[in-house]
Design a protein around this ligand. Structure first.
Ligand SMILES: [Zn+2]
Length: 336
C-alpha cells in the first residue's frame, strides 16, 4: 500500500460517521468513487451505491461506512454531559478517551470515581471543559454524536493502529478496487457503502433488496484469534492474508462462493485464510436472506481490539483483500 493510501486511510478514519449520521464520511467516499463509476446514487437509508457495469451476474459488495460512537442524552447545570453508546461499545473502551462532536467540540470521557473499578457505561460522563451549563448547552444538544479522536499511526512491520479501522479499512479496500478493476468488468458490480451496520446491519438490507444481486460479498473486519487470552473460537491471524468468510454470528456463507474465492486466491497467489467469527455479525447476514436468498460470502480483514480506539490491522492483509476484490471484477462468476 502506498503512502498516499495511508494518508487517505487517516482521512477516512477521522471523518464523522456515527450510525445514522453518515453524511461527512459519505461525501468523502463519493468524491473518491465518482470518477471511476458508471453511476452513483444514494438511497433512503443513506447507503451510497457505486455501479460499475459488466456483462456477468450482479454482484453486491458492501463495506459499512458508519462507525460506533456516543450520543449525548443530557446536559446538566454544571455543563457535564450524559451519553449513550451507539453500537457495541464497553465502558472499558471509553473511559479516559477523548471525543469530538461533529461541530468540533472536544470532550473527555471520565468515570464517576465511586464507581471504579467496576464501571459501566452509565457511570461515565463527558467533560467539555466549559465553565457552566449554559455554555455547554450552546455547544451540545441531546442527540448530537461524537467519535474517538485517536489518530491513525504506523506501527511495526506493516501494521497501523487507530480508531474506526472497522470498517473504514473495508471502505478503503473497495475504493482502491473500484479504481483498479479493468473496465468493462467481467461481472456487474454494485459497490455499496452501507449505513447503520453497527446498530444491527440496518442499511444493507434495503440496499440488497433494491439491487437484487445474484451474489453478495461483505467486506468487513474480523476478530483474530492470535492475542494473549484468545479463546480459540476463531481461525484468523493478523498478517496471514485475506479472510475468506465461512461463517459469523449472522451468516453461514454459500459453499459455492467460499470455494470460488479460495480457488481465485490460489490461482492469483493471493495470501488467504479461513475466517470463522463466532462473536459478531456483518452485512453478509441481511444480504444472504434478502428476497428469495442470495449466494453470499465475505472478505475479512483481521483487526485486533475491534471497537476500541486502538484497533490494529496489517496493511499486507488489506492489500490481499483488495487483490481478491479486484479478482471479482476480472474473473467471470457463473450464472446463479
Ligand atoms: Zn464492522
Amino acid at each position: 500500500m502506498t503512502s498516499n493510501a495511508f494518508t487517505f486511510l487517516q482521512k477516512l478514519t477521522r471523518a464523522h460517521g456515527v450510525s445514522g449520521n453518515e453524511n461527512e464520511i459519505r461525501t468523502l467516499i463519493r468524491s473518491k468513487a465518482e470518477p471511476y463509476a458508471d453511476e452513483v446514487w444514494q438511497d433512503v437509508l443513506g447507503n451510497l451505491i457505486v455501479h460499475i457495469k459488466g456483462e456477468g451476474p450482479k454482484v453486491m459488495l458492501s463495506a459499512h461506512m458508519d462507525s460506533t460512537g456516543i450520543i449525548a442524552t443530557h446536559v446538566d447545570d454544571d455543563g457535564f454531559v450524559s451519553f449513550a453508546t451507539v453500537g457495541g461499545l464497553s465502558a472499558i473502551d471509553l473511559v479516559q478517551q477523548t471525543f469530538r462532536f461533529q461541530n468540533g467540540t472536544n470532550a473527555i470521557c471520565v468515570a464517576r470515581e465511586e464507581k471504579l473499578p467496576n464501571i459501566k457505561t452509565k457511570d461515565l460522563y463527558l467533560d467539555l471543559g466549559v465553565r457552566d451549563g449554559k455554555h455547554a448547552r450552546e455547544l451540545i444538544r441531546p442527540g448530537d454524536t461524537a467519535v474517538y479522536t485517536n489518530h491513525l499511526r504506523q506501527m511495526a512491520d506493516n501494521t497501523v493502529s487507530g480508531c474506526y479501522l472497522d470498517d473504514r479499512v473495508g471502505c478503503l479496500a473497495l475504493l482502491i478496487a473500484i479504481r483498479r478493476i479493468q473496465k468493462p468488468a467481467k461481472n456487474d458490480l454494485y459497490f455499496v457503502f452501507t449505513t447503520q451496520e453497527e446498530v444491527g446491519t440496518r442499511g444493507a438490507k434495503p440496499a440488497a433488496f433494491s439491487i437484487d444481486p445474484d451474489y453478495g460479498i461483505a467486506v468487513d473486519v474480523t476478530v483474530p484469534d492470535d492475542q494473549p487470552g484468545s479463546l480459540h473460537e476463531g481461525t484468523v491471524k493478523l498478517g496471514k492474508g485475506a479472510g475468506i468468510k465461512v461463517l459469523d454470528s449472522s451468516v453461514i456463507c454459500s459453499n459455492k462462493l467460499v470455494t470460488f474465492l479460495r480457488d481465485v486466491a490460489e490461482k492469483r497467489r493471493i495470501p488467504a485464510q479461513t475466517d470463522i467469527m463466532l462473536d459478531g455479525g456483518t452485512d453478509a447476514g441481511p444480504i444472504r436472506t434478502t428476497r428469495g436468498g442470495v449466494v453470499t460470502g465475505g472478505i475479512s480483514i483481521p483487526c485486533r481490539n475491534t471497537h476500541a480506539a486502538v484497533e490494529l490491522v496489517d496493511l499486507d492483509d488489506v492489500d490481499a483483500c483488495i487483490d481478491l476484490i479486484v479478482a471479482l471484477g476480472e474473473e467471470a462468476l457463473p450464472q446463479v
